[in-house]
Each structure stands twice: as C-alpha cells, then as structure tokens.
Design a protein around this ligand. Sequence first.
Ligand SMILES: Cc1cc2nc3c(=O)[nH]c(=O)nc-3n(C[C@H](O)[C@H](O)[C@H](O)COP(=O)(O)OP(=O)(O)OC[C@H]3O[C@@H](n4cnc5c(N)ncnc54)[C@H](O)[C@@H]3O)c2cc1C
Length: 324
Amino acid sequence: MHVLVKGAGVAGLTVAHELSTCGTDVTVVDPHPASGRAASWLAGGMLAPWCERESADEAVLMKGEDAPERWDAILPGEVHKRGTLVVAPPRDHAELRRFASRTTAHQWLEEPDIARLEPALAGRFRQALFFPREAHLDPRRVLTLLRDKLATEGVEFVDTAPDEQDFDAVVDCTGAARIGETDQLRGVRGEMLYLRTDEIDLARPVRLLHPRFPVYIVPRGHGLFMIGATMIETAFDGPIAARSLMELLNAAYALHPAFADATVVETGAGIRPAFPDNFPRVARHGNLIALNGLYRHGFLLAPAMAGEAADLVFNRNAAGRSAG
Ligand SMILES: Cc1cc2nc3c(=O)[nH]c(=O)nc-3n(C[C@H](O)[C@H](O)[C@H](O)COP(=O)(O)OP(=O)(O)OC[C@H]3O[C@@H](n4cnc5c(N)ncnc54)[C@H](O)[C@@H]3O)c2cc1C
C-alpha cells in the first residue's frame, strides 16, 4: 500500500509516522515545509489539557492527557514533563480563583513554593496554580527531528504534488489551506514572538492571567522564550499588529521586568484551523482521508488523531488497532 500525505505540519508528520510504523509506503508532499506559513512552526508546544479545559470541552482533556507518553513513543526524550505554572498579578487574583474553579488536577502554591519551582519569579506573585501533569516540547525541534526520522525510515518527502491517482489513499493534512474549501473550517489567528535574554531563566511554561489578555511564556532554553498568543477570529496571516505586539510585550514585562531588556528575535502570526466546536475531525470520502481543525491543540491532539486517520486509511476500527 502506498499513501500520499499532503502537508508536513504536525498533523501530516504524525500521520506519516503512524502509517510508516505500520509498514506502509508513505510519500509526504509540502511545498513549504518547516516554514513560518505553518501553524505548527509558530506553536508554543504546550501539552496542557488541564489548563486548556478552562475553555475547551472535556473531549480535549480525554484525548490529550496521554500526549506526553505518545510523543515519548514517537521521539523519546523530547518532552519536558515539568508542569505548567499559572499566575496572576495581585489585582487580578479573582482571575486565578476563576481559573481554578474551571480546571482540575492543580495545586495552589504560596510564595515560597513558587520561588522553589521558578527562582526567577521569587517575590513576584503571592499565589499560583501548578498543573504538575502537564508538559511541553519545542515544536521546531520536534518537527525537524520527526521529519529526519521519517526520512531515515524510508518516508519520501517531495515539494511538488505527485499524481494522486498513483496512490492507494491520500491523507489531506493541509490545515488552514483548506479554509473556504472544507465545510465550516475557519481560521483563528495567533500572533506570537520570540524574545532572548540571559537575565531570567524559567523551567516550564508560565501562564499569566489577565481579564483582557491571557498570555503564556514558554522557555526554549539558552535564553530564548516564546511569548504567545492572540486569538483573533480571522484567517488573515499578515504580520503581527502593533497592538498585539504591545500587549504581548506588556504581559511579558508584567511577568518579569527583565523582559524589558530582552531582544525581539522574531514575530509571527499563524492561522489555527478550527471547526465550530474547536475539536479536530478525521473524515473519509472514498480513498481521500482528511485530518483538520486542530485549533489550539495541534501538538496536544495530533498523535491521537493520527491514529484515527490511520484507522480510516486501513479501514479498521480503533479496537482493531489496539488489538494490534
Ligand atoms: C501562535 C500559536 C501557538 C500555538 N500553541 C500551541 C500549543 O502550545 N500547543 C498545541 O498543542 N497547539 C498549539 N497551537 C496550535 C497548533 O499549532 C495547530 O493546531 C497545528 O499546528 C495545526 O497543524 P496542521 O498540521 O493541521 O497545520 P499546519 O501546521 O498549518 O501545516 C499544514 C501544512 O500543509 C502545507 N500545505 C498547504 N497546502 C498544501 C498543499 N496543497 N499540498 C501540500 N501541503 C500543503 C503547509 O505548507 C503546511 O506546512 C498553536 C498555534 C499558534 C498559531
């Protein structure tokens, strides 16, 4: 069996991995792999289903809670299992209580515990929420490593579209490129930036709650931090707006003033593909399978959804998969 996977974002690469692991011949086509055009390249890489539950359905938690183990199986050692810290400025303490009331699997921390977990934040926040079961990874590193691993295992990567008739099945993982063509698929713009500073060190993603603009900071190591992300209902993928840049920088500064002296390394805007319920879908029409709508949860849900896409390719049900 020879399968064509269209798109080398996190959806396409995890599907290619799932198929290749089952012994299938796979070709992946993407005219712009590993580029700022792909949402996957701009993502925070948080595997944070308990925090996401604040605004997401239970299904996201159900499908996403074993994401760290799934990624460990795909690329051993790339997941950092250090949890998520959630803080709020003292005047927005009610936000922290509200967040706690809408989520589970967290612990309340007082100032000394916060300082123990993140020494750089010592004395800055009176209380915090800690989600110990959450994890994060570096999306760019993971996409690059996964692509290399697949290529080594015999998956073919091309940048011009081959004739789809030559394949037994085609899996479309082209994300936001399907907006306007896939029924009900819309774009949710996420603006982000990278800052570099040696003045501060964080071990884990930190979310800063704020009534107007929640923000997160994900450490990438070696003084690099990803700051994200806006949520704007549009598929416009032009450069970051000045207002968004100011708000993200203000939030970083509120977390720690050392960010004021950081260097702005990069800004970007990615389009999260989403269906009305903000939950991904896999669908099959003949020999065409589509996986799309990963919304804010591409890295969280792609490994599980890739399994479902492979089930459709092989015409098997999930029970058949777990039976081997
Ligand atoms: C700022 C931001 C932060 C995020 N943070 C997180 C996070 O912390 N955790 C998390 O789980 N998720 C996060 N997400 C969401 C996640 O990034 C997306 O859900 C995910 O990347 C979508 O993956 P995808 O593979 O469907 O689409 P994409 O990553 O957009 O990939 C689609 C690929 O298809 C290719 N393509 C387009 N047209 C064609 C064609 N005709 N033929 C072949 N290839 C084609 C494109 O070049 C692209 O490489 C974030 C998103 C953004 C924007």
